[in-house]
Design a protein around this ligand. Sequence first.
Ligand SMILES: *Cc1c(COP(=O)(O)O)cnc(C)c1O
Length: 429
Amino acid sequence: MGDVRRSIPRTDAVLEQLADHVARFGRDRVKAAVVAAQQQARDGAIAASDVARVAAELLVELTSFTPVINATGVVVHTNLGRAPLSRNAFEALGSVAGYVDIEFDLETGLRSKKRGSRVLDALIGATPGAEAALVVNNGAAAMSLVMTCLAAGQEVIVSRGELIEIGDGFRLPDLIESTGPRLREVGMTNRTHLRDYADAVGPDTGCILKVHPSNYRVEGFVAEVPVSELRELGAPVVVDIGSGLLQPDSMLPDEPSASAALDAGADLVTASGDKLLGGPQAGIILGRAELVERVRRHPLARAMRVDKLTLAALEATLTGPDAPVTVYRRLTADELLPRTKAMADSLGSGSVDIVEVEGRIGGGGAPGVSLPGWALALPESVAAQLRSGRPAVVARIADGRCLVDLRCVPPETDAELTRLIREALDADR
Ligand SMILES: *Cc1c(COP(=O)(O)O)cnc(C)c1O
C-alpha cells in the first residue's frame, strides 16, 4: 500500500503535464481533477501511472451527463437520448455556437424573416409532396400546435384505435385537449370505418387526425381507413406519423412516411426529428403551404420555436450522409458477426460466448421489426461493472446474461469497448 502511495505522481508534476488543460480550464479546476484522480489511484481504482490521463478525462466531463456506449441493440433508445447525432450534425453544433446569421441578411445588413430557411428547404427537398415545412421543439409540440391551429374550439375527429399513450404517461388525447380542441372519438379499438368518420364530420369539425400507433400493433380482426379515403370527407386531414421517416423504406414496410401520407392526400404531417430521421430533438410539420403558413403564424408557434443549435444539427443531418440510426438499423447479422468474433477473440476465448440476438428499432417505433444480429454473452453481474465504466456501457440483460450487441456501437469504438469489457470482467472476478 505504501508503495502505491509513493508511486502516485505529485500534484505539481501532473499540473505541469496538463499545462494545456490549465490554460483551457483554469488551474483550480484542473487541480481538483488531479486530486480526484490521485484519490482514485490511492483507492486502487486506477493505476498510479494513469493519474494524468484520468484527470484529463474528468475535465472533459463538461456536463453532468455521462457518455454511454449503447450495447443494447436498440437503435432509437429513448432513455439514452434517442438518436445519436451524425458527425456532421455534431460539428454543425460547434460551428453555430457563436453569433450566426439566423435572422440576418448579410447582403443588405437588415433583419431577415427567413429563420432557418435552408433547413426548411432541405426538409422539403427530402420529402416529395411537401410544399412547405416548419420545425418546432418535438413531435408532441408539432401535433399539439397543429391541432390548436386547425381545431381550437372545434372538434378533432380521431379513431378510438389511435388514442395512444406515447410514453412517460403522456396521452395524445390529453395533449390535444389541453390547448382547446375537443376530441371526437369514432369507431372501435380494433375497427374504424369510413362511415364512422363521415357521420362525425360536420360544421364543428376542425380536422381529422390520423395517428400512427407507433408503439404497439393490433392484429386480427382490424380495419382502419386510409388517408386517401379520409381526404374525401371535406375536412383537413392531419397525419401524425411519429417516426420521422420522410420517404418509404422497404425494410420498414409498416412505418408510414411523410411523403406517402402527403401523396395519399394528407394536408399536414407531423413527426419527430430524433427517431428514424436520426437528428436532434425536433418536431417536424410538413404539407400544404397555406396550412403550414397558418400554423407558423399562430401565437403558440412562438412558444415552441427551436434554436439555432437544433436548426443546424437538423440541417446537417438532412444534407449529410446516412444518419447513425439509419446505418445501425440496416446492419445485417453477417456484417456484425466478424466484429463480434474479433472482440470475443481479443477478450480471450473461453471467457465469452457469442449468441444470436434480435435488435430493435426502439423509441416506440416499428414494434414488429426485429433486427437479427450477434452479441457477446457475459455473466449478468458484469452489466453493473460496465455501467460504472467511463464511458458507461449499457448492455442488455436477458436470460441471466449480459448481452453486448455491437449494432449501435460505432466500429471505431470497438477497441475502447473491448478495454472496458476486459476491465469489467476483471473487476467482476
Ligand atoms: C413519438 C411520437 C410522438 C411524440 O413525439 P416526441 O418527439 O417524442 O414529442 C407523437 N406521436 C407519435 C405517433 C409518436 O410516435
